[in-house]
Design a protein around this ligand. Structure first.
Ligand code: ATP
Ligand code: MG
Length: 313
């Protein structure tokens, strides 16, 4: 039997953080071998918030290194760069012509970013349709994402349905795969941890960087248990393991933060060692091969789409 397809991606908009790991990378690593899997570097999406070519180039290489370090085997997944497959932007345009402005205006991720002071450029606004194209181009039925992306998967289903209704059965509506108990990992300011919000605990930070970020987690002096420290801690240890630690250290935020920094560091260090041995040459060759395979699939799909919508004469 043919395997179902699975796809996920992370924007090369900054250094990956533990929210990216628990929201997207862990569910991917845990399940990708049961599917025909695609892992994308969303470099075009990153342009919605990043305008520094050197930084972008570096981030692209770093994201692929991170993918490999967390345990993705490039022989068992298609690892590719979004911009290497121009069919993504082509299909996004077609979806943009099927959905309305008021529909896109309801997107939480867009509203949250604008509220954070990020420029409301048209790319940021249209982001969900590019994401719909990323998924639907490959008939991916399963999409591991964090809770913050649930609505965007709904938008991708809507794009598929709208297209199918207008032009006949073409796209498979995808399903999100969201890890239970993770939710939205809070950042050091208590809001969603995001690369573009500068509130992250880096996934592959040095011991010092992790410690610095953890010490900066906001705490409310009126509670005995620092809410955000605890929420992050539950990702690394069970609640029953944490209960005595938090009981013994009621109100002692510094001790609790030190314990959290130790746990994060211990968790990350084997992956960090693996990451240090991955070269840029290796990354480039993986992306080259993956992008060729992705492009082959995407161009087949687009040729059907072009015929259906009436631009192939
Ligand atoms: P940006 O600020 O540029 O949007 P980001 O940190 O939100 O970056 P994305 O590249 O947008 O990361 O998202 C990649 C994946 O990581 C998505 O599946 C998303 O749901 C997941 N993710 C991002 N932040 C979190 C978080 N705080 N908690 C859980 N999952 C998250
Ligand atoms: Mg995001």
């Amino acid at each position: 039997m043919e395997k179902k397809r699975l796809l996920t991606g992370i924007q090369s908009s900054g250094t990956l953080h533990i929210g990216n790991y628990f929201g997207a990378l862990k569910p991917f690593v845990d399940s990708y071998r049961s599917y025909e899997s695609h892992l994308m570097v969303a470099d075009l999406h990153a342009l919605t918030t990043l305008r520094d070519p050197n930084l972008l180039r570096g981030n692209i290489v770093d994201v692929v290194k991170d993918y490999l370090a967390v345990g993705v085997d490039p022989r068992e997944a298609i690892i590719f760069k979004q911009s290497d497959v121009p069919e993504h932007t082509e299909l996004a345009w077609m979806f943009e012509c099927l959905v309305t402005v008021p529909f896109l205006m309801q997107a939480h991720a867009y509203k949250d970013k604008v509220a954070k002071g990020i420029e409301a450029n048209a790319g940021l606004f249209n982001y969900p349709m590019l994401m719909a194209a990323d998924i639907l181009l490959y008939d991916a039925e399963v999409v591991p994402v964090g809770e913050d992306q649930r609505q965007h998967i709904e938008y991708a289903r809507e794009a598929a349905n709208k297209f199918n209704l207008a032009y006949g059965e073409t796209f498979t509506p995808p399903q999100e795969m969201i890890l239970k108990g993770v939710g939205i990992v809070p950042g050091t300011d208590g809001q969603k941890m995001s690369k573009s919000y500068k509130n992250t605990i880096p996934l592959f930070g040095t011991r010092e960087e992790i410690e610095k970020a953890v010490m900066g987690i906001v705490t409310d002096s009126s509670c005995e248990r620092p809410e955000h420290v605890y929420a992050i801690h539950t990702l690394f240890r069970s609640e029953s393991e944490l209960a005595p630690l938090y009981e013994e250290n009621k109100g002692k935020y510094k001790n609790l933060k030190e314990a959290l920094a130790n746990d994060i560091d211990a968790f990350i260090s084997p992956m960090r060692e693996k990451r240090d041995n991955i070269t840029e040459t290796e990354v480039k060759s993986i992306l080259k091969e993956g992008s060729e395979r992705a492009r082959e699939q995407a161009s087949k799909k687009m040729s059907d789409v072009r015929t259906k919508i009436g631009i192939a004469i």
